[in-house]
Write a protein that binds this ligand. Structure first.
Ligand SMILES: Cc1cc2nc3c(=O)[nH]c(=O)nc-3n(C[C@H](O)[C@H](O)[C@H](O)COP(=O)(O)OP(=O)(O)OC[C@H]3O[C@@H](n4cnc5c(N)ncnc54)[C@H](O)[C@@H]3O)c2cc1C
Length: 290
C-alpha cells in the first residue's frame, strides 16, 4: 500500500512539540512500532507526524526515594536492561519481561506503549495498579492525570490531539516483591489476559499491602481492588493467596479481545494467583539472600 502524503515535524524541545500539535492536526510519532504499522495498513493517515525522538528531556529517567519518573521516549529495552529498575520497581520490571520481542522493545517507548492503550498491554495494568500519573503538555500548559484516567478504552486515551505525554511518575512501594503471569497464544505475543501483583510481607509473614492489576480483562486496564483488600492482613500462604485471587472479577467483551469474556473470567483467578505466588516466592528468596 502506498502511504498517503503527510507533513513531518521534528521538534527539539517540548515547547516546539506543543506548537507543532497546537492545531489538532498533528500526531505524535514515538517508536513508530504501532503507528507506522497502522499507516502501512491504511488504518491511520495522519496529516502531520510530530516526531518526538529528538527531545532530550523526554529520554530522562529520575529516581526519587518513593517514585520513579520516566520520560515518554525512554525505550522499553532500556528499562528492561536496568538492574536498578529490577531492584526498585519490581512490578514494572516483571511486566516488562513479557512485552514483545527485543527488536520491538529497542524502538518502542514507554509513552507510545501507554498512549497506544492496547487493552492487552502489560504495562498499563501495572501502572494503574501502582497508581502512576501521566503528565501531559500542550500550548495551554501542563496537567497531571492518573493513569487510570489517561487510558480510557480500547486504543483511546483522554489526551487530546494537541497534547503530548511527556513523562510518567510511578510510585515505588518499599520492601515489596512482584510477579506477573499471563496467558498468550504465542510466546512474546500480546496476552489473552494477564495479571501483575506486588506484595509487601511483614516480618511475621503477613501481607501488609498489595498492588494488583490486570490486562486483557476489559477495554482498559484494571486495578483489582477487591483482591488487594482480600490480601491485606492475611498470612502470605498458599490458601490465603488462592482465596484472595478467587474474588477477582470483571471480564467484559470489548473489540479485539483475544478470547471471550466467559473464558477470561474463568481463568482470571488462576492468572492472579500465579502472579501472587511468584511475588511471595520472590519475597522469600530475597529474605534468604539477605
Ligand atoms: C510484533 C509486535 C509484538 C508486540 N507485542 C507486545 C506485547 O506483548 N505487549 C505490549 O504491551 N505491546 C506489544 N507490542 C506493542 C509495542 O509495545 C507498541 O507498538 C509500542 O509500545 C508502541 O510504542 P511506540 O513508541 O512504538 O509508539 P508509536 O507507534 O510511535 O505510537 C503509538 C501511538 O501512541 C501515540 N503516542 C506515542 N507517544 C506519545 C506521546 N508521548 N504522547 C501522546 N501520544 C503518543 C502515537 O501517536 C500513536 O497513536 C507489540 C508490537 C509488535 C509490532
Amino acid at each position: 500500500m502506498v502511504l498517503a502524503p503527510f507533513d513531518y515535524a521534528r521538534p527539539e524541545t517540548i515547547d516546539a512539540a506543543a506548537d507543532a500539535l497546537a492545531d489538532g492536526r498533528g500526531q505524535v510519532l514515538a517508536g513508530g512500532q504501532s503507528l507506522v504499522a497502522a499507516m502501512n495498513l491504511g488504518r491511520q493517515s495522519p496529516v502531520r507526524l510530530v516526531d518526538i525522538n529528538q527531545i532530550p528531556e523526554l529520554t530522562e529517567v529520575t529516581y526519587a526515594a518513593d517514585r520513579i519518573i520516566i520520560g515518554a521516549t525512554v525505550r522499553l529495552a532500556e528499562l528492561r536492561e536496568s538492574p536498578r529498575l529490577l531492584r526498585e520497581a519490581p512490578l514494572l520490571y516483571a511486566a516488562l519481561r513479557h512485552v514483545a520481542h527485543v527488536q520491538i522493545r529497542t524502538r518502542a517507548t514507554l509513552g507510545g506503549n501507554l498512549s497506544q492503550a492496547d487493552p492487552c498491554s502489560e504495562l498499563p495494568a501495572v501502572m494503574v495498579a501502582l497508581g502512576a500519573t501521566a503528565t501531559l503538555r500542550s500550548q495551554q500548559g501542563e496537567r497531571d492525570v492518573a493513569m487510570a484516567d489517561y487510558i480510557v478504552g480500547p486504543y483511546r486515551t483522554s489526551g487530546d490531539q494537541t497534547e503530548l505525554l511527556t513523562r510518567v511518575t510511578v510510585p515505588l512501594p518499599s520492601g515489596a516483591a512482584a510477579g506477573f503471569y499471563e496467558i498468550a497464544r504465542k510466546a512474546k505475543d500480546w496476552p489473552v489476559i494477564g495479571a501483575g501483583a506486588q506484595v509487601r510481607v511483614n516480618a511475621d509473614g503477613f501481607i501488609d499491602d498489595a498492588w494488583v492489576g490486570a490486562c486483557g480483562l476489559a477495554g482498559r486496564p484494571r486495578k483489582l481492588i477487591e483482591v488487594e483488600q482480600a490480601l491485606r492482613g492475611k498470612p502470605a500462604d498458599a490458601d490465603a493467596l488462592r482465596s484472595a485471587a478467587s474474588v477477582a472479577t470483571g471480564a467484559e467483551e470489548y473489540p479485539g479481545a483475544r478470547a471471550g469474556a466467559r473464558y477470561r473470567e474463568r481463568v482470571l483467578p488462576v492468572v492472579v494467583e500465579r502472579a501472587l505466588v511468584t511475588a511471595v516466592e520472590t519475597t522469600r528468596e530475597q529474605e534468604h539472600v539477605a
